[in-house]
Design a protein around this ligand. Structure first.
Ligand code: DGJ
Length: 736
């Protein structure tokens, strides 16, 4: 028996019985080689301490069909397509001898340890061809998340063509009820909406085939038994794929009530010629089990991202207060307007000043537009710095305008099918084509361009946009059998650029924009500390957008060009008070997009007050734990609570929009506080209304954490867009 233990995590191996057990935080994951040599899943769920308590692989088989051979319907950890296996295969391949089946049996295992990470690697081998698959399981001492991925080695002489190569298959315990699937789907302006459905005998495919990971679905799943889990209670199995291109998760319930989720890079239009001696590595598919409902699942993911994923430099710092030019002037920026805005932005306390789209000549060339900035960007950057702000820029490197020099000089760099007309994306006056980043020369060219830009300007923030999905993903110059690799090589090269830039410029905060969450996945989060959650900055819509967003990402990443913007929102033409916009933005990474040069003195001083409040309180949402106390899917309000790690401070955001019929909303029962501590409560937004009614003004006296968690706290909202922020600070102990 070998074992590796660290903190709450442990890997145990029973070598004699070829049985493996992973303790991950509060949960357990286990599998074993069955009598026929297949790696068979045993358990994914709550804690099982003793290896001996696990069932034998033969005991978890649940079919009676007399013809079915055990091994092929067994719940394989990584099933190849072949034999009588009819589920979603993790691997499907064409072999040089003409065979198209892969029967993967156990070969051996190894253990690795690096600081506080442990990794189990199990190797499977095809029964007919020297093809091996290494299954990786990585766990950490400080998160309940397991990372899984596979590496496929061609040890033979010929080329194996991979037709599907997923990252991992997750198996759920058999239960006598339907699992409920919760997932995030949507569209531009409505990204990451929460969707739920029962998993009856069927296959449900969650996917994106836009060339990016969104926006129609996000690479995430959650399952709970019979729909019994709530936001705060019950067991939830969940997972997310670290991939920024086409992806697929097949959620399947077979004829034996076995539920599984197999996922990875999409097999649509996929083929990968794996030559002799080559390895194909799949992206990480991470997963976990929460015993505290959907909220618990989010906290586990947030923790994992903050500790393990986000760029190290940016994850430690509070998010700066940003001013961004997009919402007020679109592409119509120039030196004079920007200098005027910069003065005003500094006056309200902005820490980072961003020029969005419009500073450049044609997309592709990445030269400053001298008509707008006759002296280049240098005087602007200098002034912004003198005013005490950092400076940032927008780019969209994957598009190339047809009037650019690049388009004329490198027609072979455009993404298009040979012999077909180039697909032109049109937006306003701009006509552009997507560049083929699968080509190494294209990736290198833009890596050098961005590196030069970062070096020359010394900017501290870079926003990467991408406003178009893939159309005609052709690659004429590639060998015919390699053309479909474009989907994967593109993403790998993109990651490669930002991995290198991150290493060279660790202090630069990068924002992953992609037209708003169109590529907001955990792979991008390794390089980008901020995400444009949506182009839709209608603060009412944000109540739902933010709920879905925080299913995958920490609240500190919720960015975008503006939270505080024009009072009439362009997406829904809804008129919103600035206070409502600001309070919603205060729980995110706040940015201001108002045209400051036309704001009145009162408006500017109002913005200043939100800026001060943000700086005073931001450490709580940005480093604390999130509890979603009330959902806008169910109520005419939403409530988000944040608690610092030591439980000394907490914030409650209550954001209402149409309170009717003299309704008093129920108390909010706080979560995650120190029961023994007494909290002073300060309320923001608790002003008498302008016509003199004072019903909404509440007085708060100190309450213990136990009292707040047991009886809750009262917040009185009235009418439309009424909001409060309650700040809790423990200063003394009630009982000790
Ligand atoms: C879409 C982005 O989401 C916006 O924030 C803005 O940067 C525009 N593109 C610029 O073209």
């Amino acid at each position: 028996m070998s074992a590796q233990q660290d903190g709450g995590s442990l890997i145990q191996v029973d070598e004699k019985n070829r049985r493996f057990l992973l303790q991950i935080g509060g949960g357990t994951y286990a599998f074993q080689v069955n009598l026929e040599g297949f790696l068979t899943h045993l358990h994914w769920g709550g804690r099982v301490d003793r290896m001996e308590d696990l069932p034998a692989p033969e005991d978890v088989i649940c079919y009676r069909h007399r013809h079915a051979r055990r091994s092929e319907v067994a719940r394989q950890e990584y099933p190849g397509w072949g034999g009588e296996f009819y589920g979603e295969p993790a691997l499907k391949a064409d072999f040089p001898d003409g065979a198209r089946c892969a029967l993967l049996k156990y070969k051996d295992f190894s253990l690795q340890k690096k600081c506080d990470e442990k990794e189990l690697i199990v190797t499977l081998k095809d029964t007919g061809y020297p093809l091996e698959v290494r299954l990786h399981y990585r766990i950490y001492s400080d998160t309940g998340i397991v990372e899984r991925w596979s590496e496929i080695d061609n040890g033979g002489k010929g080329t194996v063509v991979l037709r599907s190569a997923l990252s991992a298959c997750w198996h759920l315990p058999r239960v006598d009820c339907d699992y409920r699937l919760s997932h995030l789907a949507g569209r531009w302006g409505g990204e990451g909406m929460i969707n739920r459905l029962p998993v009856t005998q069927s296959k449900i495919v969650l996917e994106n085939r836009t060339g990016m990971s969104g926006p129609f679905a996000m690479p995430f799943f959650a399952l709970d038994e019979g729909g019994h889990a709530t936001e705060h209670s019950g067991r939830v199995w969940f997972g997310s794929l670290h991939w920024s291109g086409n992806w697929k998760m097949a959620v399947e319930r077979d004829g034996y009530e076995q539920v599984s989720v197999c996922g990875g890079i999409h097999d649509f239009d996929f083929s990968w010629p794996l030559k002799s001696g080559e390895t194909f590595k799949t992206p990480v598919f991470c997963g976990g089990v929460s015993e505290a409902g959907f909220g618990g699942a989010s906290r586990m993911l947030h923790d994992y991202e903050r500790r393990r994923i986000l760029p190290p430099e940016t994850r430690r710092k509070p998010m700066p207060l940003i001013f961004n030019s997009w919402a007020s002037m679109g592409i119509h920026v120039n030196e004079w307007k920007i200098l005027g805005l910069a003065e005003k932005a500094a006056a309200f306390g902005a820490e980072l000043f961003v020029i969005d789209d419009g500073w450049q000549m044609a997309l592709g060339d990445w030269q400053v537009d001298r008509n707008k900035f006759p002296n280049g960007l240098t005087p602007v950057i200098k002034r912004v710095k003198e005013l005490g702000m950092d400076f940032g820029l927008w780019v969209e490197i994957e598009s190339c305008e047809t009037n650019s020099r690049l388009y004329r000089e490198h027609p072979e760099w455009m993404m298009t099918f040979p012999g077909r007309e180039v697909y032109l994306n049109t937006c306003g006056d701009r006509v552009s084509v997507l560049l083929n980043f699968a080509r190494d020369d294209v990736a290198e060219h833009f890596y050098q361009a961005l590196r030069g830009l970062l070096r020359e300007t010394g900017i501290r923030y870079l926003k990467l946009d991408k406003n178009y999905t893939f159309v005609d993903p052709g690659w004429g110059e590639a060998l015919p059998e390699e053309r479909q690799t474009i989907w994967i090589k593109y993403v790998r090269n993109l990651h490669g650029i930002f991995e290198r830039l991150n290493r060279e410029f660790p202090e630069v905060l990068m924002e992953n924009c992609a037209g708003g969450s169109s590529r907001s996945d955990l792979a991008m989060n390794r390089y980008f500390g901020r995400i444009n959650r949506s182009d839709n900055q209608d603060a009412l819509d944000v109540l739902r957008l933010h709920e879905g967003f925080t299913w995958m990402h920490p609240t500190r990443m919720a960015g975008g060009g503006c939270h505080i913007s024009k009072s009439v929102n362009g997406v829904n033409l809804r008129r919103l008070p600035m206070k409502f916009q600001a309070y919603v933005g205060l729980m995110c990474s706040l940015s201001v997009g108002k045209n400051l040069t036309t704001c009145s003195a009162e408006e500017l001083s109002e913005i200043r007050s939100y800026a001060d409040l943000y700086k005073r309180l931001r450490h709580i949402p940005q480093f604390g734990d999130l509890y979603r106390l009330a959902s806008h899917y169910e109520h005419p309000y939403a409530a988000f609570e944040f608690v610092t790690a030591e439980k000394k401070e907490a914030l409650l955001f209550v954001l209402g929009h149409s309170i009717q019929f003299a309704r008093k909303i129920s108390n909010f029962r706080m979560m995650g506080l120190d029961p023994e501590a007494v909290y002073e409560i300060e309320c923001f937004g608790n002003n008498p209304d302008p016509v003199g009614y004072t019903a909404s003004v509440m007085e708060y006296s100190p309450v213990s954490g136990r009292g707040l968690m047991e009886m809750g706290v009262r917040v009185e909202l009235l009418g439309d867009y009424d909001v409060r922020i309650l700040y809790f600070k423990s200063s003394m102990s009630s009982f000790r």
